[in-house]
Design a protein around this ligand. Structure first.
Ligand code: PLP
Length: 374
């Protein structure tokens, strides 16, 4: 019996092989590899997809978040020591973007049913130094953006969405990337919109922020050999942009395929010891489009045993994530607080195979195997 892979990236990209080779050839033959027509076209196409005025390509998702906070500092909206509220239950990049800017991360527990930041805990964590909320659309499900934007407005705070896992998700017809004042995206190969290497972008409707970001990612230069800021080199390149233009055309189809896989898991998995993911839509029909199922994450009190059992049955799973940011060696000394709910989540979660190209037979086998567990 062959193993069911967690994610078969080769199979995903193979679907578009011809178009990808054509796009790569176009770049090779153009003789122009940085900041050219492909990047410009992708930025326009992705901004149109998200419904935003601007999209600025950068080197990766971490840079998208880091540079946005940096740009707000350059624009005088933030100063070192200001507090940024971020969910405790997130991938380390969301927190690194804050500390890299010498801002202070204030970690807040998630809502246990959706794993995204809890608006009630969020509001309770606000202090006179809080300037930014950084919600993370974890596992592909959007945070409660209507509630978060109401809080941000009331306290006059900036909102930076971490949309690295949620390309194409939307609430009330407004996409991830178009709720906050800015949003960071990653096109890491395993993300729902994945390049063939590292890539990222920021979306925003703010003209001033957009031009500051363009300069910051290009050595702080808005005009060749003139430097406004001590910038960095963080650019999306022509090759990845050309690849992403192909893959963007199929993103909505792939999201629909992921939703079908999720629906099959949700109706098929009946073991009462397993906690299934809950969509906002379960509570509110308007939130139906809010989940794009980057990951299908279940919870079990016997997580490690379950993972071993699935591995013995040739089903590959992953843990997202095994150690929360506040428990990482990198942050051990920085007193990021106690977050027992987050720690419990990290102990119990396990991600099942999820992909737009997973076979129906494999989904059936995974469900059947899971239902025999306890
Ligand atoms: C992947 C990811 C990032 C970082 O993206 P990179 O392109 O790998 O730098 C940031 N935040 C979240 C939630 C992610 O999943």
């Amino acid at each position: 019996m062959l193993e069911i892979p967690f994610l078969d990236l080769k199979a995903i990209n193979y679907q578009y092989r011809e178009a990808l080779v054509e796009a790569a050839s176009r770049v090779i033959d153009s003789g122009w590899y940085i900041q050219g027509a492909e990047v410009k076209a992708f930025e326009q196409e992705f901004a149109a997809y998200c419904g935003t005025k601007h999209c600025i390509g950068v080197a990766n998702g971490l840079d998208a978040l880091t540079l946005t906070l940096r740009a707000w500092k350059e624009l005088g909206l933030l100063i070192e020591g200001d507090e940024v509220i971020v969910p405790a239950n997130t991938y380390i990049a969301s927190v690194l973007a804050i500390t890299e800017n010498r801002l202070v991360p204030v970690l807040v527990e998630p809502d246990i049913s959706t794993y995204t930041i809890c608006p009630i805990h969020l509001e309770a964590a606000i202090t006179p130094k809080t300037r930014v909320i950084l919600p993370v659309h974890l596992y592909g499900q959007m945070a409660d953006m209507p509630a978060i934007m109401r809080i941000a407005e009331r306290y006059n705070m900036l909102v930076l969405e971490d949309s690295a896992q949620a390309h194409g998700a939307s609430i009330n017809g407004i996409k991830a990337g178009n709720w906050g004042h800015a949003s960071g995206f990653s096109f890491y190969p395993g993300k729902n919109l994945g390049a063939l290497g590292d890539a990222g972008a920021i979306t925003t409707n703010d003209d001033e922020l957009a031009s500051t970001l363009r300069a910051l990612g290009n050595y702080g230069s808005h005009k060749k050999y003139e430097n406004l800021y001590k910038g960095v080199n963080s650019r999306l390149d022509e090759m990845q942009a050309a690849i992403l233009r192909v893959k963007l055309r199929y993103l909505d189809t792939e999201i629909a395929q992921r939703r079908k896989v999720a629906a099959a898991y949700i109706t098929g998995i009946t073991d009462p010891a397993i906690t299934l993911p809950i969509q906002h839509s379960t509570f509110n029909i308007e939130h139906y489009e809010s989940h794009v199922w980057h990951l299908f994450v279940i919870r079990s009190k016997q997580r490690d045993m379950l993972q071993r059992y699935l591995a013995e049955n040739k089903i590959q799973t992953l843990i997202h994530y095994p150690i929360p940011p506040h428990r990482q060696v990198a942050y051990e000394a920085s007193k990021l607080g106690m977050h027992p709910l987050t720690e419990n989540i990290h102990k119990e979660v396990i991600s099942l195979p999820m992909s737009p190209v997973i076979f129906q037979d494999d989904i059936d086998l995974i469900i059947e195997t899971l239902n025999r567990f306890s």
